[in-house]
Design a protein around this ligand. Structure first.
Ligand code: NDP
Length: 293
């Protein structure tokens, strides 16, 4: 059954391939890039949209009409806030989120400035990794999760009769693209040059565990405003060693077992289907049915 996916950080690499495969499965996809937002819904000339040109080119593929592109820089709270408001507007009558559900959110945006050895790193470069890989994804999740509550009344201006209010929007499965570099149980001492990156992913892992526990407590206590059945499943996935700009810049040795984005996303879709909110059907699509618990 077609679903609604939201992919944050989709201009290239793993995020771009997530969008491509989700569209192929027939899903509606909201994808973000840091490039400027379009003034119209027509596919723009690629050069005008800088690093988002590959993402924009997907609007010309067979299911491209199901792709909506928004702007989000996860290292800027102002950008996260503005992006969240754009998502909220999609919950108005006639918008792609009018049913009030995002099936899967993938928080994929990340950076790796190589090398980032702790013995050499500057405050600024360390902070850059933490802003983009740790604080950004967690705060973006926090803002998107807030959409499940009705917006606070900030003005007495009458709501446009053509649009009406946005419906509250729930997230069923929240996926963070983490890394085995951040594993604290399986320390990868051989990864010389990955110190700040690894620390940022370890902090992400711990942060999302807390987020999951907080969401669960609020659900059980009836504090999520959505009822006890409205669970959000939180997942952290390692995509494998994937041939992308990030890996190709940072890995100057022969990596055994490096995989293509196509293979990585194919595997992650299966894991999301098995571990996420829904089950998985024979065609490999994530079904909309809630798994028996
Ligand atoms: P790429 O460098 O190819 O792509 C990174 C993506 O993140 C781009 O779309 C980039 O956008 C976006 N991004 C970077 N900074 C920001 C920001 N501040 N706000 C919004 N978007 C941003 O990397 P990969 O595709 O390889 O990596 C994707 C994720 O997978 C990352 O979280 C990475 O840590 C993780 N990962 C990757 C592995 C690999 O082997 N490739 C292994 C383990 C984990 P823009 O084009 O604007 O820069």
């Amino acid at each position: 059954m077609p679903q609604i996916w939201l992919i944050v950080g989709a201009s290239r690499g793993i995020g771009l391939e997530f969008v491509s495969q989700a569209l192929t499965l027939g899903h509606t996809v909201i994808a973000t890039a840091r490039g400027p937002s379009p003034a119209s819904t027509l596919p723009p000339p690629p050069s005008q949209y800088g690093n988002a040109s590959q993402l924009w080119s997907l609007t010309g593929t067979p299911n491209g009409h199901n792709l909506k592109i928004l702007e989000c820089d996860v290292s800027s709270e102002a950008s996260i806030t503005s992006f969240t408001e754009q998502v909220r507007k999609l919950g108005r009558k006639g918008g792609v989120l009018e049913k009030g559900v995002i099936d899967v959110v993938v928080l994929n945006a990340g950076v790796l400035v190589y090398p980032n050895r702790i013995s050499e790193i500057t405050f600024q470069t360390f902070a850059h990794h933490l802003h983009t890989n740790t604080i950004g994804p967690l705060l973006t999740a926090q803002h998107l999760l807030s959409l499940s509550s009705p917006p606070p009344a900030v003005s007495k201006t009458p709501i446009s009769p053509t649009w009406g209010p946005s419906t509250p929007i729930s997230i069923r499965t929240l996926v963070f693209i983490s890394s085995d570099s951040g594993s604290t149980t399986n320390f990868r001492a051989f990864e010389d040059g990955f110190g700040a990156y690894a620390a940022s992913k370890a902090a992400l892992n711990q942060g999302l565990r807390h987020l999951a526990a907080e969401l669960e407590r609020k659900r059980k206590n009836g504090e999520n405003g959505r009822g006890e059945q409205e669970r959000t499943v939180v997942l952290a996935l390692h995509p494998g060693e994937v041939s992308t700009d990030m890996a190709n810049v940072s890995l100057d040795w022969e990596v055994e077992g490096i995989i293509s984005p196509q293979e990585s996303i194919g595997c992650m879709l299966k894991v999301i289907g098995e571990k996420g909110w829904g089950g998985i059907d024979e065609g490999g699509r994530v079904s909309a049915e809630r798994k028996e618990e």
